[in-house]
Design a protein around this ligand. Structure first.
Ligand SMILES: [Zn+2]
Length: 309
């Protein structure tokens, strides 16, 4: 059973003048529904305002929730923040928090949105409105659900907003492996950044990921991983600069799952980036990521049960 967090408002009609592919989340939902009873569905609620204000400026939170984001910030975000977009943005961070709570109970859970890692304290950026990873990480620590959270960001773009919002917060560390020459031009400082040159292929990517993430996992001692599972390191991605194959992405999820399982660390995944004209192909990549992670955790449970017999 794979625990999946979804809300109908994740599927938002495209605002006017938007180039962002708004139907991605609906396709992800449909593809996951095709897995039938293998998936257990959970619905998040609107994120409490104080959770949002724990990482974002109250003025910016109000601008979003009241759908009156100034044009300059909307340009930075990349689309207008309509009432429907605002409703969606208010729910996604709670979705990541719910996925984390489910992961603590079951080992793994996935939010079918989120990974909005470019959002900063006083503005959104790069298709991100509120930073669900930062909101969830801070909330989980504050409420005492966990003592140490590691955000692992494998999106092809640096998790600059997450790094900036979480820097210096006790019990939280951030890791980002990304294409160095890609957006954002000015990088923030994560606990550990792994910038990659253009065109890195499967083997080099996976070797670098393991070499750099293992020491951080072992020194930090996380009791939860929030995972940004962007699929834009794929060679055919419109906004990526790396050269991973579809098989390479699957191997990445198996590696991430194995490293977490070996250390007994629960993992909650978020969707992150994936761009191109074929929305269905992109949604398939995201669903493959969720199902690969979920299957690895299920297999590990099966093995653990079998070894007890
Ligand atoms: Zn990205």
């Amino acid at each position: 059973m794979i625990h999946v967090v979804h809300h109908p408002d994740y599927v938002t009609p495209a605002p006017a003048r938007s180039t962002y592919r708004w139907n991605k989340n609906g396709l992800i939902r449909d593809l996951l529904r095709a897995h039938g009873s293998a998936v257990a569905w959970h619905e998040p609620r609107a994120t409490p305002r104080e959770w949002l204000e724990a990482v974002h400026e109250p003025d910016y939170v109000a601008e979003v929730l009241e759908a009156r984001v100034p044009p300059l910030k909307e340009r930075r975000i990349g689309f207008p923040v309509s009432a429907a977009v605002a409703r969606r943005a208010a729910i996604v961070p709670d979705g990541t928090w719910v996925a984390a709570v489910l992961a603590l109970r079951h080992g793994f859970a996935a939010n079918t949105a989120g990974g909005s890692h470019h959002a900063l304290a006083d503005t959104g950026a790069g298709y991100c409105v509120f930073n669900d990873l930062a909101v969830a990480a801070v909330r989980l620590i504050e409420e005492g659900s966990v003592e140490r959270v590691l955000v692992v960001d494998c999106d092809v773009h640096q998790g600059d907003g997450t790094a900036a919002l979480l820097a210096g917060r006790p019990g939280i560390a951030t890791y980002s492996i990304h294409a160095d020459k890609n957006f954002p031009v000015r990088k923030a400082q994560s606990t550990l950044d792994v910038p990659l040159p253009d065109g890195v292929d499967d083997d080099r990517y996976l070797a670098t990921l393991e070499e750099t993430l293992v020491p951080l996992l072992d020194s930090f001692g996380a009791d939860l991983i929030l995972y940004q599972a962007g699929v834009d390191p794929f060679a055919g991605d419109r906004l990526g600069r790396l050269s991973l194959t579809l098989d390479g992405l699957v191997r990445r999820e198996r590696l991430i799952a194995r490293l977490a399982i070996e250390r007994g660390i629960p993992l909650a995944s978020t969707v992150g980036g994936g761009y191109g004209d074929d929305a269905l192909a992109i949604a398939e990549r995201h669903v493959t990521a969720i199902m690969t992670l979920g299957a690895a955790f299920e297999d590990a449970k099966g093995t653990a049960t079998a070894s007890k017999v």
